[in-house]
Design a protein around this ligand. Sequence first.
Ligand code: KG4
Ligand code: ZN
Length: 346
Amino acid sequence: MITILAIESSCDETAASVCSDGKILSNVIAGQEVHKQYGGVVPELASRAHMQHIVPVVHEALRKAGVSVSEIAAFAFTQSPGLIGSLLVGGQFAKSLALAMDKPLIAVHHMQAHVLANLIDEPKPSFPFLCLTVSGGHTQIVLAHNPQGLKVLGETIDDAAGEAFDKSAKLLGLPYPGGPLIDKYAQQGNPDRFQFPEPQIPDLDFSFSGLKTSILYFLQNAGKSDKFKEEFRATDTERELFIRNNLNDICASIQRRIVSILLNKLKKATIKTGITDVCLSGGVSANSELRRSFLEMGERYHWKTFIPAFEYCTDNAAMIAITGYYKYLAEDFSDLSVSSSARSSW
Ligand code: KG4
Ligand code: ZN
């Protein structure tokens, strides 16, 4: 039996998971409330909180799995990408365990893990499959030939989809992270009420910064013009009233545009590759309109569609554990000298 202990600490969640022969036995996450008051993740506070959480979180993952540390065959951790201070805490902890227990160390790329989260539960996609990974830090379309053979077909050239949600929410005066709130208000709104422009980006890449600017100008002129230009300015009171009276429709219209940008590119990728096993992953796949439209598109174009359970979509250590398991099978181990890295492609 191959039992892996995995640690994920790339951003503001301290997470640990145990998996045995590809089956997840525990998946423990400690979030960090401390960032809420700052409207975003504060890196220094994140790494301090990881240091406080890591021991109890790892203990809890072992306890829930009913496994002792001496039964662990290898220790996996998120090596990249992420906040460097946060990555270092999980990385050093995994290295210490590997050294103390004299077991292999497995360095995992966070984005590979988001894709392989689709291999945790049945039904699983067949290789080759496509995966749209949408989170607060990333937006990618990945082609997976096998667990180790992944290729990025397209990615964002500026903001990630989650950032597009969160930044739009901030412009509307909503607290961080605003993505789930836009989703909530949008459920009561009319998505056709306001038309935001779709960016013209070649191939399979994405861009969301133009959308953000158009929303900014739209709100500045309190919806008085659909020209999305800076020259029309409403007063602060007019703007606040406009947002308050139209919040549901604005959220629904923004959400409709973000989802259409994502799914139009995904459709393009299926046409380009001829692949019909198609997956979603990342925190933004919690979005109700994205899930509904993705499944609807899948039915229309005869795709086989897959979305991991919600706990495996947002940042978690189970996806690091499953990736660690496949890397173990491929004997893809790392030396103790491997360093964490804020940015890197796999
Ligand atoms: O994958 P994740 O948990 O963390 C990162 O690696 O970034 O994704 C978090 C992102 C945030 O931007 C959050 O606003 C967004 O996912 N998000 C949503 C929803 N739930 C989470 N965005 C839109 N609708 C949602 N329901
Ligand atoms: Zn992530």
